[in-house]
Ligand binder design. Structure first.
Ligand SMILES: Cc1ncc(COP(=O)(O)O)c(C=O)c1O
Ligand SMILES: [Zn+2]
Length: 404
């Protein structure tokens, strides 16, 4: 990563609360909004931006190519392992099967800990590092915990990770490998969340949890910039996203709004589609009912743990992104997600974990419903690599062979 001197050149200015409008300076270390508990969102002085999209595109190293629109000011504070700059992998056979012009995977499995979570944690841990923080903490379905452990280890910080017993083996093993302090809880993600909240308050840990830190959606918005660049400074017609807490969906939406604000985007932003499972679909339910906020989902139940999120606090922002972009929602069964992971592996060579395969299964369903036109381009965000859930996918492949 190359920076030009003593600052990153960022035009970040302050932080605002999306609910009550309170403003904070960038040295804030207590999240979320202390006035109302609302989501904190970094703001930028777009008029001060002194870079062109051509200059951005010429870099091509990592998500820090876009450092002018990221929240870190001190280049030495950046904690990076080259995250981002992931390929857009085309899948022509699948495009033909689905009756679209182009079908692309944004392959986030190729990040340092094999998921898109690395973009969010690289941003959040770099901001923590800039503030001299020693202990970071979060609860997570698994992948964000693994990613935070890796970045905290790299920065020399302690990391406290709260997961459920049900979290996948790969994530638990690698959290331990990075030397993090792992707390395993009975129950679902909400139970790990309650344990995290209590311990974080007691010890004063710095939060890198979904939509407590103001910075994870900032890191993830770089997916939107990269897609914009790959589509020659324009947008695909559709993006399908496996949606849990919505950090990536909102990040991509924010990226496209910024690109419009900067006058760099002539076309419409992509239509953003939410894919969830039938076992936990609070956001899709809200989309179908045209509501501005979700209702908490009772008894969430899906193998796709990353999207088994019953009560996502950022749903109003997600719903704004879906409705304003002209997107929609789709649910699939766990079985359909497993089948889709085999379709990606066999038709395109692309390895998807079960959670990200929810997006491909959703894409197949949306294609069957006629949501995509024959001249349109569709991007599926492959949020995590197949290696994350390889044994489950392998079992499914063996069983489907027996059944055939
Ligand atoms: C592989 C994978 N995909 C998608 C998600 C959902 O992420 P988001 O919070 O951005 O909706 C997760 C979250 O754990 C995940 O691990
Ligand atoms: Zn507030």
């Amino acid at each position: 990563m190359h920076t030009d001197g003593e600052t990153t050149g960022t035009v970040v200015s302050h932080i605002t609360c999306r609910s009550c409008g309170e403003t904070y300076d960038l040295d804030l270390t207590e999240f979320p909004c202390r006035e109302c508990g609302g989501i904190l969102d970094p703001q930028y002085d777009y008029d001060a931006l002194d870079i062109t999209p051509e200059e951005w595109a010429a870099r091509g190293d990592s998500m820090w190519d876009y450092r002018e629109l990221l929240p870190v000011r001190d280049p030495d504070a950046i904690v990076s392992m080259g995250e981002g700059a992931t390929p857009l992998v085309n899948a022509p056979r699948l495009a033909e099967d689905l009756g679209v012009d182009g079908l692309w995977f944004k392959d986030e499995g190729q990040n340092p800990t094999n998921t898109f979570k690395d973009r969010g944690q690289a941003a959040a841990i770099s901001c923590a590092n800039e503030q001299g923080v020693t202990d970071v903490a979060l609860n997570s379905a698994g992948n964000a915990g693994q990613s935070a452990s890796a970045y905290a280890a790299r920065a020399g910080m302690n990391c406290h990770v709260f997961l459920n017993h049900q979290a996948g083996k790969v994530k638990k093993s690698l959290v331990r490998a990075h030397g993090a302090d792992l707390h395993l809880q009975e129950g679902k993600i909400g139970d790990a969340g309650a344990a995290f909240t209590e311990a974080a308050a007691e010890h004063g840990w710095y939060s890198v949890k979904t939509f407590q830190t103001p910075y994870r959606h900032e890191g993830k918005k770089t997916m939107g910039y990269e897609v914009f660049e790959a589509f020659e400074w324009s947008s695909p017609d559709h993006i399908v996203y496996p949606t849990g807490g919505g950090v990536g969906l909102i990040g991509i939406w924010k990226a496209y709004q910024e690109l419009r604000e900067l006058g760099w985007l002539d076309a419409d932003p992509p239509k953003l589609h939410v894919a969830q499972t039938t076992g936990a679909a609070p956001v899709v339910e809200a989309i179908e009912e045209g509501r501005e906020e979700h209702e908490p989902w009772e008894n969430p139940d899906s193998i796709a743990r990353g999207v088994e999120i019953p009560d996502p606090g950022a749903s109003p922002w997600m719903l704004e992104a879906v409705f304003e972009s002209g997107g929609t929602g789709v649910t699939v069964s766990d079985e359909e997600a497993f089948d889709a992971s085999l379709v990606a592996a066999r038709e395109a060579g692309v390895e998807m974990c079960v959670t990200s395969a929810v997006a491909l299964a959703g894409t197949m369903e949306l294609a069957a419903e006629g949501v995509f036109g024959p001249d349109e381009d569709v991007v599926v965000i492959n949020t995590g690599a197949g290696a994350k859930t390889a044994s489950k996918i392998g079992k499914h492949a063996a069983n489907s062979k027996k059944g055939a």
